[in-house]
Design a protein around this ligand. Structure first.
Ligand code: ADP
Ligand code: MG
Length: 544
């Protein structure tokens, strides 16, 4: 009699087979993204099941849009996601590196090295690698704008927008510095305070940093002014409407006069609300809720610009940009609650009308208005800006950098090879494989640039072993050179995160020796009402 412990249809793969399947699936993911690494990397075109097209070079985006099924492959997608969340850049590198680690691990497994030995070796190597990174990192002065520009441009170097990186880099550095705040230990940047609005049309040159907020909303009433200088701004999060009662009541009137009085009273109440706004001295009203037609009319008459149904997130940003306080109750509104801006203006952006609140004094929230030839271009520009904003945030918060172009990876690989001899037993092999996996970064940068991989790597290793630690692959000019001098600079934390996240997930994949997958396609069968035993799992919809 066989003993059944798993539901019928469950698939299980064990031992070597399970490991091999997982490694193959994860490696395939790395295979896909590796051609998009670096400045000469290619872009991917992804079409979703609705036919929407995304063109991108960003590792995290490629994987997010791919809708991966295999569980181990999904773990690779997680690496990219975690790097994206933590440091913003380096997503492609982390996946390429993780893929290389798995490939090297497979070679060892084929030679009968036990996965747990590999895991130990990899962990030891990663720890050492992080120490080495820390050792070569250069501490920098965050007030050096030139330097920040170089870092922002490096992150955009590999993107569609690289030609416009001088302008975009400037915008990114200015925006990030503007919203940075002093914390106990250095600076703190909350990127939520940088609003990125995008609109297809014009060209990338028209992309602008606005010292204030852009709202994708129109002014509510045609009779209102379209432009106010020296604006006094009120932010209100209650409605300028007559509230409907909670219960339904019926009022019988016997005389048309009563009806008239009713309407007049409503009118009077709305007018009183507008008077309060006027009384505070505000000439711009941004309301999170609705504004009644009659109130709009009175506001227009008073020469106030009003916008309604402003998003909560925009209200917060507006408050940070203009210094206004968000008022919950109109009765509380006073002149002290108002914010200020040089100019509030409704402008036409392509076919839409948007309200620009600009020229705020020392705003703690700003807007980047992204323009570009087509929707796909602005979308990709938006993603590249995100990477660039993140790297500047990284450096402002932790002012240490390394060069790029595979230089730190090559340096660490070299050092690890020497260091591996200090390790005992087979873990030594794993450390050596870890070093080889690091070489995947300069190697792929070279391959993507059409350079000869063998010549490049031998030259790189030779120069590195002579102690030129910033020697890397200059993919733009296709030669092996000092990347620090080439101004290809990256935050230390990005490189650290790549190593941490990739090692973590690879070790997790290597430790798996049993994959038990439930049969997803079939719902638990059974006569109606008889599903008492087999509920649970995702198919449990058999309620009566
Ligand atoms: P990721 O998603 O990992 O950031 P990218 O496609 O942005 O992937 O490529 C980043 C890699 O490209 C980094 O290793 C970086 O140092 C390198 N890189 C950027 N600019 C250059 C350059 N001009 N020459 C060589 N390598 C570069
Ligand atoms: Mg990048």
């Amino acid at each position: 009699m066989p003993v059944l412990i798993l539901r019928e249809g469950t698939k299980e793969s064990k031992g070597r087979e399970a490991q091999r399947n997982n490694i193959t699936a994860a490696k395939l993911i790395a295979e896909i993204v590796k051609t998009s690494l670096g400045p000469r990397g290619m872009d991917k075109m992804l079409v979703d099941n609705l036919g929407d097209v995304t063109i991108t070079n960003d590792g995290a985006t490629i994987l997010k849009e791919m809708d991966v099924q295999h569980p181990a492959a999904k773990m690779m997608v997680e690496v990219a996601k975690s790097v994206d969340n933590e440091v913003g850049d380096g997503t492609t590198s982390s996946v390429v590196f993780a893929g290389a680690l798995l490939e090297k691990a497979e070679e060892l497994i084929n030679k009968d090295v036990h996965p747990s030995v590999i895991v130990d070796g990899y962990n030891a190597a990663a720890e050492q690698a992080l120490k080495l990174l820390e050792k070569i990192a250069v501490n920098v002065d965050v007030s050096d704008k030139d330097l920040l520009m170089k870092i922002a441009r490096t992150s955009m170097d590999s993107k569609l927008v690289s030609d416009d990186s001088p302008l975009l880099g400037q915008i990114v550095v200015d925006a990030t510095k503007q919203v940075a705040e002093k914390a106990d230990d250095g600076l703190k940047v909350d990127l939520d305070n940088i609003k990125v609005e995008k609109k297809a049309g014009g060209s990338m040159h028209d992309t602008k940093l606005i010292k204030g907020i852009v709202l994708d909303k129109e002014v509510v009433h045609a009779g209102m002014p379209k432009r106010i200088e020296k604006a006094k701004i009120a932010l209100i999060n209650s409605a300028l409407e007559i509230e409907k009662t909670e219960m339904s009541a019926e009022i019988r009137i016997t005389d048309p006069h009563q009806m008239q009085m009713f309407l007049e009273e409503e009118n009077r109440m709305l007018k009183a609300m507008v008077e309060k706004v006027k009384g505070s001295g505000a000439n711009v009203l941004l309301c999170q809720k609705g504004i009644d037609d009659i109130a709009q009319h009175y506001l227009a008459k008073a020469g106030v610009i009003a916008v309604r149904r402003v998003k909560e997130s925009d209200m917060t940003k507006m408050s940070r940009a203009t210094g206004a306080r968000i008022v919950n109750n109109l009765d509380d509104l006073t002149a002290k609650d108002l914010g200020s801006a040089e100019l509030v203006e409704e402008r036409k952006v392509e076919t839409d009308k948007w309200v620009f609140i600009e020229g705020c004094r020392n705003p703690k929230a700003v807007t980047i208005l992204v323009r570009g030839g087509s929707q796909r271009v602005v979308d990709e520009a938006d993603r590249s800006l995100h990477d660039a904003l993140m790297v500047i945030k990284d450096v402002l918060e932790k002012p240490a950098i390394v060069a790029g172009g595979g230089a730190p990876e090559a340096y660490i690989a070299n050092e690890l090879r020497h260091w591996s001899s200090s390790q005992e037993g087979r873990a030594q092999l794993a450390v050596q494989k870890f070093a080889e996996a690091l070489d995947a970064i300069p190697l792929n940068l070279a391959e993507n640039a059409g350079m000869d991989p063998i010549d490049t790597m031998t030259e790189l290793r030779a120069k590195q072993s002579k102690g030129a630690k910033w020697t890397g692959v200059d993919a733009r000019n296709t030669h092996v050179t000092d990347m620090y001098k080439q101004n290809v600079l990256e935050p230390l934390v990005v490189k650290q995160q790549i190593i941490k996240s990739a090692t973590e997930v690879v070790c997790m994949i290597l430790r798996i020796d049993d994959v038990i997958a439930a049969n997803k396609s079939r719902m638990p069968a059974g006569p109606p009402g008889g599903g008492m035993g087999g509920m649970g799992g995702m198919g449990g919809m058999g309620m009566e």
